[in-house]
Design a protein around this ligand. Structure first.
Ligand code: PEP
Ligand code: MN
Length: 334
């Protein structure tokens, strides 16, 4: 729509698009409103909407991902959750244990992480473990601790949803959903979180291309939830020294292709504590909109991912560096 198109003009176009049997996805920007029209392109050729008042132009998006595409929306998407901004120059730090193991360890971690500048508390209550005999998470009890600790330390909660049947439960206790790497193409789960308006951290599958990741984002967005945060967490390669290989290419690539924010998880990306800080900073410089870091009071006894979890003092050092780099780049903590 043209700059300054009226509400009535916008609504008339949405109504027309829907009458024609297409799905309308309006994005209300500060200057411009864009109306994504999902459906068969031929319809708009046969019944043009250009003559409608307030319409600036009609453009076909040729990429398979439409709503996620930079062609559809030029400006960076900024996602807001509990006053925390993610994207468009706002850098978010999500930190916490791999799994919520108990109340004390979680409160202690939340305290230290928030003091150092993390605004989002991470932690799994339902864990996707490779072995069914490994610790599976505390379930609802863990969610309760996350909510309480976040309240105490003024943070937002992100936690993984593994099963669409748990959506109401996780919705009740969290501020953001996390879709794990193993579920990136669980399309029924993507559709389910798409029906919510809560932000979704969508982690890249271990063998997913950037296009696969953006198509997964499209699943969520096509249900009406545009609040998707992409996350690089390393992919499988022939390398075995590290747990995964971080594909740093994807950060600027995703930014070229999409307006969505993208964050980096160097904890799962490397699997090694000593590599987390250098890779986190590399991600920042590559243009990531944030980092997700595993932190544990005593990684030696962690029930999951101890070898990649930072100690508190290591997290403090990382955050000092993050702040300096952000200052240099004229960016800020979200
Ligand atoms: C996690 O962040 O807790 C996790 C399981 O990560 P991923 O899905 O990337 O393996
Ligand atoms: Mn983990």
């Amino acid at each position: 729509m043209k700059n300054g198109a009226t509400k009535e003009q916008i609504e008339a176009v949405i109504k027309r698009v829907e009458e024609l049997g297409m799905k309308a996805h309006p994005v209300y920007g500060e200057q411009k409103t864009i109306i994504g029209c999902i459906g068969n392109e031929d319809i708009l050729r046969a019944h043009p909407v250009e003559p409608y008042e307030g319409v600036e132009s009609v453009q076909a998006i040729t990429k398979p991902f439409k709503l996620a595409s930079r062609d559809f929306k030029k400006e960076d998407t900024v996602i807001e959750v509990k006053g925390i901004k993610i994207g468009g120059g706002n850098f978010v730090v999500m930190a916490g244990p791999c799994s919520v193991e108990g109340k004390d360890m979680l409160f202690e971690t939340a305290k230290k992480a928030s003091e150092a500048g993390a605004r989002v508390l991470r932690g799994g209550a339902f864990k996707p473990r490779t072995s069914p005999y490994d610790f599976q998470g505390l379930g609802e009890e863990g969610l309760r601790y996350l909510q309480e600790a976040a309240k105490e330390y003024n943070m937002a909660v992100v936690t993984e949803i593994m099963d669409a049947r748990e959506i109401d439960l996780i919705d009740k206790y969290s501020d953001m959903f996390q879709i794990g790497a193993r579920n990136m193409q669980n399309f029924s789960l993507l559709k389910e979180v798409g029906k919510s308006r809560k932000p979704v951290v969508l982690k890249r599958g271990m063998a997913a291309t950037v296009k696969d990741l953006l198509m997964a984002a499209e699943y969520i967005m096509s249900e009406g939830n545009g609040n998707v945060i992409l996350c690089e967490r390393g992919i499988r390669t022939f390398e075995t020294y590290t747990r995964n290989t971080i594909d740093m290419n994807i950060i600027p690539s995703a930014k070229e292709l999409s307006h969505l924010p993208i964050i980096l998880d160097p904890s799962h990306g490397t699997g090694k504590r000593s590599l987390v800080t250098p890779l986190a900073l590399s991600g920042l410089v590559a243009g990531a909109d944030g980092i997700m870091i595993e932190v544990h009071p005593k990684p030696e006894v962690a029930l999951s991912d101890g070898p990649q979890s930072l100690r508190f003092n290591e997290f403090d050092d990382l955050m000092e560096k993050v702040k300096k780099y952000l200052e240099f780049e004229n960016r800020r903590l979200g």
